[in-house]
Design a protein around this ligand. Sequence first.
Ligand code: SAM
Length: 250
Amino acid sequence: MKRIRLNKSKNRKLINRINQINGWLDEKEALKLYEIARSLPPEAVIVEIGSYEGKSTVWLGKALRKNRTGKLYSVDHHIGSPEKGESEATVNTWEKFRQNINKFGLEETVTAIKKDSSWAVIDFDKRIDLLFIDGNHEFEEVDRDWRLWTKKLSENAWVVLHDATVLPGPWLVAKREVLLSSSFRRVGMKGSIIFGRLERKQGSFKKLFTRVINYLKYLYIISYVRMRKINWARNLKILTLNFFHDLKKR
Ligand SMILES: C[S@@+](CC[C@H](N)C(=O)[O-])C[C@H]1O[C@@H](n2cnc3c(N)ncnc32)[C@H](O)[C@@H]1O
């Protein structure tokens, strides 16, 4: 996998322009997201859950434009997040989102799916090479997005969860599904994002090795996260369940 980073000094103007879009993605998270998207194969499919006014959308779209191929499907009902007390009556990010996509010339790269993520997944019939989860951050919602959308991942797909080191919902899902699992390799953290690359086809020894490496990374990551308390008994339970799940799948 090639690592293609954006040259910050050469692209300062572009970075500053994208930074002006409202949103929560900070610059180092955005650059990591961009780097992952730049490493994707030709004709890659990206799904983003939660686009708000389009900050992460523009970063991902720009990466695909540089790759010269690929499509980004951006899922958001554009009526805000109920966990923040937002609703149809108070929030409408659709117009701003569309303006930003047009402003950055991404109309052909980005397909907006203006639906609830749990509805959007029903008709989605493509294999996903990068899944970026940044919708509703309540545990049940992140968990549901994970269960529904990861069924559509391609082999070697990337998953990225935003706010995973700062909010309990995404953290619990990232911890259980990525850090305490053996299915993801190249696991890491940048700012509040936790990411990993799916690798389903691993022999038993490699799986065990991956699990150990991921657990060491987990111990490193937890020293940065706000939810610092390590629940050893729960971790052991998840690790054991995941281990038997792997055995059953063999
Ligand atoms: C944190 S914002 C996304 C920020 C965006 N990724 C960025 O970089 O600026 C979360 C977004 O998820 C959307 N959202 C929340 N729950 C959703 C759901 N069930 N289905 C679709 N979108 C949802 C909200 O409308 C909101 O725009």
